[in-house]
Structure formats: C-alpha cells, structure tokens
Design a binder for this molecule. Structure first.
Ligand code: AMP
Length: 407
C-alpha cells in the first residue's frame, strides 16, 4: 500500500482536546465536557463568554426508585446524552476523562493517571472517606470499562493542601496513634481553593507566586484556606470535611469533648453523633434552614433563630479571617466563592465590616452589585483586596487532567 501525500481536501489529523469531567457521588453522577482548545473563563480573565463548555448535566437517584439501576447505567445515559448532541464518548477528539476524587490521603498529592494500582490505592483510602471514595471509585471503574483505551486522570480534593507545613497539618495528639491511623489535617475543596487563589491573582494582575490570599469557599459545605504564593499553608477542614467553618448542616469546630459528653450523658452512639454533627448541625441545626437566601428572608421578618444562625456563621468566618491573617502575615486578597460567597452580599459585609485595622475595607456599594464575573468589592484604598471569584471546579479538573495527557 502506498502512502498518499496530504492534500488540502483531506481533514487534518484530529487533535484530541476534549476532557470529560466526572463527579460521581453515591447516588448522582455529574458531568461536563470541556474543550481545552477553546477560550475558558480563566483564559478570558473573567469575561463571561465560555465556549469551552460543550455539555453538562447530572444523572440523579442512581440506585433509587425512579432512577437508573447503577453507576454503569448512569454513565451509559451520559454517553447517550452526549451522542445525541454529536459529542459521543467514541469521538477521537476526547483526550481524557478527569475524575473528581475526594480523598487522596498522603499518597496522592497531584493529578494522577489512573492504573489498576491507583484504583486499589484509592480503595485503600475508603476508611478516610467512607461516603465519597467508594462512589468515586465506582465512577472510575465504569468509565474505564466504557473506554479502556482512554487516559483517565484522578484529581484529588485534598491535593492542593498537601503542601501544608506539619505545624498546620498535625493535630496535637499522640503521634504514634495519629500516624498509625492517618489522623491529620488533609483539607478538602482543594480544586476550588487552587482555582480561586489563582483566579484572584489574575484579577489583581499578578502571578500566583506573588500574592497571599485567604480563600473563603462558602457553599453548603464551607472551608477557608490560607494560600501563600500559590501554596496552601493552612485550611479549615481537617481529617474529614466536618472541621472548621459553620456549614449548611455541619457544625464545623466544636470541642471534641462534646462527643464524649453526648455519648455519656445522652447515651448517643457514634453513628448518632456523626449524623448529628454532619447532618443536623450548622445553619440547619441552629434555625432549621440551611439555605442562606431563606435565612435572609427570615431575618428581614425579625426571626430570632435565623438571626442567631447568621451571627454564629459570621462570627466563625471572622475568626478564620483573623487567624489566617496572622498565619500569612501579609494578606493581599480575601476571595469569596461558592453559593454563599458568590451571592450573599450580607455575609461578605458582616464577615469583614470593622476590620479596617487589618487593612480590610469592604465597599458596601460595590459589594451589593450582583454579577457573575470575578470582581473586586473593596474600596480603592483598601490595603487588602476583597474579591468575589466564582469557582469552577470542573474547569480546574479538566485543566489538570489535560495538562497530564496533552501530547
Ligand atoms: P454550593 O454548595 O456552592 O452550591 O452553595 C449552595 C448554597 O449557596 C445554598 O445552600 C445557599 O445557602 C447558597 N446560595 C445560593 N444562592 C444564593 C443567593 N442568591 N444568596 C444567598 N445564598 C445563596
């Protein structure tokens, strides 16, 4: 067979530039298909056009009545939805699948090309994340079955925090016990903290290495991080996502002796207390609602429980702003992100008002303006820039996965 030289009429060889991002939970599978060759919000520096996002969706109620049977069926549904849009998983343009994996322990500190060995290592971390890692592993296995030839990359929620100094990562408990059982601060929401700290530097026209940023990721789950020159040096979530800020349904920081007290005095078992602190605490525990919009409405009607929930939430947030200001020494920016951080001007203002002695001056007018792009809400004279920076965990996962497999 003779080789035919390229002619103008022939298509160029296809360059694979698309990444499918999968986030599999126990009963849901979220997906996004991104094209890394097209402009994304980061390359556009906050502009709103985003042609990188080709498709997105969610399959819910996996394994429940009215839903698909299992994750395998869920991924087939995703594949069918993509095919119907001409974006099938068999496309030669697909470069990789990027999987969100919640817990990487101390083993995984970077995006990792998935092999059989990597899958079994992630499975070994299940005791550290019993709710999340099994679902993540299922998603990985199903995707590998569907496209065994395609590179699959695991991006860990803990990875960005793995550079924390021991002084921040260590709990002050018996070292042998801690080491034997992997008890230390790992931190979560790492893809968001990584993305937002970089996007904040870009908003200031600086390199990540030049700025110190406090990132406040305030969603239903919430965490703070102190990022020095692009490296996370402390974060509020710990061994699990329970520690730190007040969240929608989680308590955040409490005296650990609360657990013993409830076991001894109330006769609650470990699972009851786990459920109490993770599912029936935080905003919902204090006022019955975990949606900050509803809490705002109730406060406007002088609801004392909603006001207390808001006050406790904001008090904790201010404590972390102060603590991380001290950890960083010099703070260049404070960035608010996720559902509450991006949308609640009231929380942002209450968290930072009166902190002028720390160089933090929030501008009430700029703060009240709604928007979907990254923006500054501090006064022009504020020493510390206060920013609202929409997070984009899927884009971050896609970029990390693509950087690993790009030809
Ligand atoms: P996330 O986990 O990032 O999706 O954030 C979800 C949370 O964001 C919800 O539980 C609400 O409390 C909050 N949220 C969403 N939209 C708004 C809004 N417009 N104002 C205040 N809070 C909001």
């Amino acid at each position: 067979m003779s080789t035919v030289p390229f002619t103008k009429e022939e298509p160029d060889p296809v360059t694979a530039t698309r990444v499918l991002v999968l986030n599999s939970g126990s009963s849901s599978l979220k997906y996004q298909l991104l094209d890394m060759a097209r402009p994304s919000p980061t390359t556009l520096n906050g502009a709103e056009t985003d042609s990188s996002r080709l498709a997105s969706g969610i399959v819910e109620r996996i394994g429940e009545a009215g839903g698909v049977a299992d994750h395998s069926a869920a991924l087939k549904q995703v594949a069918d939805e993509l095919s119907s849009q001409g974006l099938g998983l068999d496309s030669p343009e697909l470069a990789a699948v990027g999987h969100r994996v919640v817990h990487g322990g101390t083993r995984f500190t970077e995006p990792t090309l998935i092999t059989d060995e990597v899958v079994s290592e992630i499975e070994k971390l299940v005791p550290l994340a019993p709710l999340h890692n099994p679902a993540n592993v299922t998603g990985i296995k199903v995707a590998r079955e569907l496209r065994p030839d395609l590179p699959q990359v695991a991006v860990f929620d803990t990875a960005f925090h793995s550079g924390m100094p021991e002084a921040a990562a260590r709990y002050a408990i018996d070292r042998a016990t801690a080491d034997r059982y992997g008890v230390r601060r790992y931190g979560f929401h790492g893809t968001s903290h990584a993305y937002v700290s970089r996007a904040t530097a870009a908003l200031l026209g600086k390199e990540p290495s030049e700025v110190n940023v406090i990132v406040l990721h305030l969603g239903n789950g919430a965490s703070a991080s102190a990022v020095r020159g692009g490296v996370c040096v402390d974060t509020s979530m710990g061994l699990t996502p329970l520690e730190g800020l007040v969240m929608g349904t989680r308590s955040g920081d409490i005296d650990p002796a609360v657990v013993f007290h409830l076991a001894r005095v109330a006769g609650l078992g470990v699972d009851d207390i786990d459920n109490l602190l993770n599912k029936r605490s935080g905003l919902v525990g204090l006022c019955g609602d975990n949606d900050m919009r509803e809490i705002g409405r109730r406060i406007a009607e002088d609801d004392a429980d909603a006001q207390l929930a808001f006050d406790v939430y904001v008090h904790r947030l201010r404590k972390y702003v102060g603590a991380y200001s001290a950890v960083l020494g010099r703070v260049d920016a404070i960035a608010f992100t996720a559902g509450v951080g991006e949308n609640s001007a009231a929380v942002r203002e209450a968290a930072l008002i009166g902190l002028e002695p720390l160089g933090i001056e929030i501008d009430a007018v700029r703060n009240a303006v709604r928007g979907s792009a990254a923006r500054l809400v501090s006064t022009r004279t504020s020493r510390v820039a206060v920013a609202v920076v929409p997070t984009d965990e899927e884009l971050e996962i896609a970029q990390q996965a693509y950087s690993l497999v790009r030809p």
